[in-house]
Design a protein around this ligand. Structure first.
Ligand code: SAM
Length: 271
């Protein structure tokens, strides 16, 4: 029974290991959330010691996620596949999309069981939202999953979200090949939003070293490597940029600080 919010507050499903940091919980700690444990906060604290952005990078990424979802919904996208969705925070893909189109459907996918545990409790009343535990590195499992293929219509355009997740793939895991596999399944008119740790600032190498050592994952890649993930798609203006520069709704001050340059991304459309 995953409905652990109604149980003893100290109860944790056995799948949730609080002795090892988890990507979703460390990200939550960077965002200033409450769904994390001491072991996760230790990674965030050490990360911020080397990369003192006060969590701005994570917040800028999350803000661009929502501007991107809003943009796609305004273009008529009414179904989203959000892979590496993370813990549900104050705002979420489905609420942003459904503000534009109340009929919009969203499937959340994450390989961390804590995401399903939290999301089920919050989303169980929303009929247009599904949550599954699955791994980005197994595209067939995700794309052929009954909650994905049976719920979203792959013959029509989809908004694919790979936001701050591909940097958790090592080079040896063939991130380009994996992203290409997902793009190949999309119908014409679909969009892909992707953001990624960017190695633009030298301090990013220090953050990368902390994450690789303490969390075992977190690769920074350079702009050409990030642009490469969009091969075969038409980039929506302004292209692949540092996330605060992607269609900002408020003026952006320059030069960008650490929290501004650490993540880059964009949206591409399949012709
Ligand atoms: N997309 C959200 C955002 O940008 O706000 C969350 C990003 S968070 C940095 C990365 C998420 O990807 C975490 O929740 C983590 O559990 C998930 N993740 C990492 N590797 C994954 C994989 N191989 N398959 C599925 N999810 C993964």
């Amino acid at each position: 029974n995953w409905n652990w919010t109604h149980r003893d507050p100290d109860y944790l499903p056995p799948e949730i290991d609080t002795t090892k940091p988890s990507i979703a919980r460390v990200y939550d700690a960077f965002l200033g959330g409450k769904d994390n444990f001491a072991v996760d906060r230790a990674v965030a604290t050490e990360g911020m010691r080397h990369f003192p952005d006060r969590g701005e990078g994570a917040r800028n990424n999350r803000a661009m996620l929502f501007r991107g979802v809003k943009y796609m919904a305004e273009q008529g996208i009414d179904q989203f596949l959000d892979i590496g969705s993370g813990l549900p925070t104050m705002d979420n893909t489905h609420s942003v999309a459904q503000r534009i189109n109340p009929a919009a459907k969203v499937v959340y996918v994450d390989n961390d069981p804590i995401v399903l545990a939290h999301a089920r409790a919050i989303l169980q009343t929303d009929e247009r939202t599904r949550v599954i535990t699955a791994d980005l590195r197994e595209p067939e499992v995700i794309l052929d999953h009954p909650e994905v293929d049976g719920f979203l219509d792959f013959s029509r355009p989809i908004g694919l979200l790979l936001v701050a997740v591909v940097h958790h793939l090592a080079d040896a895991e063939d991130p380009n090949g994996l992203v290409d596999t997902y793009k190949a399944r999309l119908a014409p008119g679909s969009y892909m939003q992707l953001t990624h740790f960017c190695s633009c600032a030298p301090e990013m190498r220090e953050l990368e070293a902390v994450l690789l050592q303490m969390l075992g994952t977190g690769r920074a890649r350079d702009m050409p490597e990030i642009v490469r993930f969009f091969d075969g798609l038409d980039l929506v203006e302004p292209g692949v940029v540092h996330v605060p520069e992607w269609r900002p709704e408020e003026p952006v001050s320059h030069p960008l600080d650490l929290g501004g340059v650490c993540v880059a991304g964009g949206i591409g459309r399949k012709a």
